[in-house]
Each structure stands twice: as structure tokens, then as C-alpha cells.
Design a protein around this ligand. Sequence first.
Ligand code: ZN
Length: 249
Amino acid sequence: MMSPMNNIYISKHITGFLPIGRNMVRRGAWKEPHCPRCPFPMENSAHILRCPSQASRILFRSSMQKFSIWLENVDTPSILTTHILDITASWASGVHTPPQKNSPQPIILQLQLGWDHFTHGRIHQSFLQYITNHYIHISSKRNPSSWISVLIQKLWTLFHLPQWENRNKYVHDLDRVTDSTTSLNGIFCIQNRFLYKNILYNMQHQTNYILRTEIKLVYQNIFYSMQHQSKIYFTYQNQIGLPRTISPV
Ligand SMILES: [Zn+2]
């Protein structure tokens, strides 16, 4: 289970509303959009996990170790573990991995979708059958659906969130946030409208290749957080014609 703050972070990340350099300049809160940790000129959400700064790379290696231990602990097939770890490491270095003929089928299909989707918890549905078959083969009583939903959570909690927290320490060191609290509060209700619409759209239109049930399990907490983070949002709800309750289809 992820904390409400984590859920808010994830909902902002997947809908493009993180207070990253690019957005902060647009909002007039920062003068420069560059990464707080390295000289990268335009900080965007994709950069946070792949930032080449020493601090980011040390953190990434630590995340990879924890991720590797988790994959092993839940009896992931070793060939799948090897591919996932290798491709994630290459992806973080900006190296594209082409699908190989001898790779497990879910790896080939996920690479065709793009590994960026994987690192953001958008897992190809073929993983479920693959893990199911493997657990049957080794007579494991583990739940294959749990493998998927915990995998999605691990990708956020082991990789994205620690990088975001680390990056924010550098923002405070630079002391370049002007009165961002005020400007952020000012657009909070507008953000929520977009967040909600975008997430619903993603749920309805982009999950045909992803595991809908598992996505729901993970993101229902995000919907819960969104319901509770702003009262202003609910006063806008009728005006913008959204359903009163926020629950994935
Ligand atoms: Zn950077």
C-alpha cells in the first residue's frame, strides 16, 4: 500500500503535472528549467530516473539491488529476472535494447511497446500468463496477479519516488523556488480536473494491452487520494460535468 503523498506524486507524474523544471518555468515559479542535479538544460519527468548525476546513479544502483532481491524473493523465473534487470539498466543509460529471438515472449512484447512503459508500471498482459505458467510449473501457491500489482508498486517505490525525493533536496539547496506554494495552490483545482480526465482516458483507452485489473488495484488508491486532496475540486465537479464518484470503470 502506498502513502497518500506517494499517490499524489504518481498521479502528477503520469499526467504530466509534476513541478519539474519545464513546468515550473511555465508557471513562472522558476527562471531556469535545467535539472537541479546536473547541467541537463530542460528537466522533464523522463529525465528524473535517467539523470546522469552521481547522486542519481548511486541511488539507481541501490534501487536495482532492492528490485533484484524482490524479483528473486517472489520466485520470478531467473531468465525473466535477468532480462528485466539488464534492459532496465540499459534503458536508464539511454541505450535501446532491441528484442532478441531467444528472449521470453513477454520481454519481446514489452520491448515492442517500449521499455519506458514498463518502468512506469504499464506492464504487457503476457507477463501474467507467463508467471502463471511458471508458478504452476514449480508448484508455487503464489498469486500471479499479486506479482504484477506488486511489480508496479515496486517500480514506483524503489525507483521513481527515491529519485524524486533526492532531486527535491537539490532544489532546496539551490533555493530557486520562489513562492511556488502560492502559485501551485492557485492552479490546484485546475490540475485536478486534468488529472482526473487524463487518468480516466488512460484507463479507458490505453489499457487494452496492459493488465486492466492490476492497474485498477494500484491506481484505485490514487483515485482515493485525488478525492481527498482538494475540497475545491468537488465544487467544480458539477460544473465540468464529471461523475460524482471517482472510480475506475
Ligand atoms: Zn539531471
